[in-house]
Design a binder for this molecule. Structure first.
Ligand SMILES: N[C@@H](CCC(=O)N[C@@H](CS)C(=O)NCC(=O)O)C(=O)O
Length: 220
């Protein structure tokens, strides 16, 4: 454990959107680390993430992006790794140093960037913005992921083992908000218990619930 945790010289700038789960995972970890930050809210509907100015920060045109002094970084999972390595008083707590522990976190980063993004996150985006894709297929894909998580979390309290790690931070928001995409969590008590464990961690902050998402959740 580091004796004294580093602090940013000035508040970290977080370019994001309040309804983005990718952005929320960064906001959540900034809060858990107690770091100063300011959010620059981009209106994605107005394509504020596609301006030349923003594309210079992230050529993929996606949020989140952070600016920490001279350092500009995109990609939520990459940002979590950066914040942990640079500012956590106990980086091994969130990203284990042993080969198996580190690999387990990486595995759940891959889930967050794959099945979670193409399942519950995509189902929610379709519900929020009425996108023309097949919601049924996405909902089915979401339940396939949740079924795996249900078994996994019945065997251990957190995704990568006995304690919370970056794996839990990366996967929390889109699972917690899955009902906004008409993906019910009713059949997954172990998943719901895990969400409650994450919500009980010091510094936890929730993601906003949107009116459209709330209506969808009420129907599901
Ligand atoms: N791999 C990226 C994905 C980020 C992402 O999909 N961001 C969405 C918001 S939730 C976005 O910016 N979408 C706008 C677009 O792709 O045009 C990450 O983990 O940060």
């Amino acid at each position: 454990m580091n004796a004294i945790a580093a602090r940013p010289a000035q508040p970290i700038k977080l370019y994001g959107s309040a309804i983005s789960g990718h952005v929320h995972r960064v906001r959540l970890f900034l809060s858990m680390l107690g770091l100063p930050f300011e959010v620059i809210e981009l209106d994605l509907k107005q394509r504020a993430h596609r301006t030349p100015e923003f594309l210079a920060r992230n050529p993929f045109g996606q949020v989140p992006v952070i600016e920490d002094g001279e350092t500009t970084l995109a990609d939520s999972n990459a940002i979590l790794v950066y914040l942990n390595e640079r500012y956590s008083p106990d980086p091994a707590r969130w990203m284990p140093r042993d080969p198996v522990g580190a690999a387990r976190v990486q595995r759940w980063f891959s889930v967050a960037a794959g099945p979670l993004a193409y399942g519950p996150a995509a189902a929610r985006v379709m519900a929020l913005f009425g996108l023309a894709a097949d919601p049924a297929e996405t909902v089915t894909r979401s339940h396939a992921l949740l079924a795996v998580m249900e078994i996994h979390l019945g065997q251990q309290p957190f995704l990568a083992g006995p304690a919370a790690t970056l794996a839990d931070i990366a996967n929390y928001a889109y699972v917690a908000h899955a009902p906004e995409g008409r993906v019910s969590l009713d059949a997954y008590p172990q998943v719901r218990a895990w969400l409650a464990r994450v919500e009980a961690l010091p510094g936890f902050v929730p993601m906003v619930r949107t009116p459209v998402g709330l209506a969808a959740a009420a129907e599901s």
